[in-house]
Design a protein around this ligand. Sequence first.
Ligand code: DLZ
Length: 152
Amino acid sequence: MSGKGAPITGGTNASGLDIVVIAATWHDEITNGLIAGAERVLEASGASYRLMRVPGSFELPVAAKVALDAGADAVVALGVIIRGGTPHFEYVSSAATDGLTRVALDTGKPVGFGVLTLDDEQQGFDRAGLPDSKEDKGAEAADAAIRTALAL
Ligand code: DLZ
């Protein structure tokens, strides 16, 4: 997709769905782009949604589980993890990915996966739905959550 904010749930009516966007706080410029992309798609779909913030991507799975157990129809998980000089990147990336997969399977509800695992910051700017971005991964994750929720 070309990204840059065009809603990609073309014509889908998701009114009646209750969706929680959960976003980590690291690498805020990129994360804010992901949030804006997800919100554009949710707004266009007619779904009701709210934003929940957690400290880091490691905390995304537990927040997703709580939101889904509380009755949300789907969550959109957004985070940015950038490789550093230690193995921490691998641990946080695996915890977020494996944890969110487990939450989706345990709850039987969709988790839109908008966690970027990156070698450097530029890769994030390229994918964050910002004016110069090539892709809009926040929008894609929201679109996936909506379409899966409607399909289940
Ligand atoms: C500790 C840490 C590091 C080093 N890097 C990131 C990152 O790039 N992206 C991210 O979302 N979170 C990072 N964190 C924080 C962890 O996800 C977590 O919040 C802390 O380890 C506290 O549990």
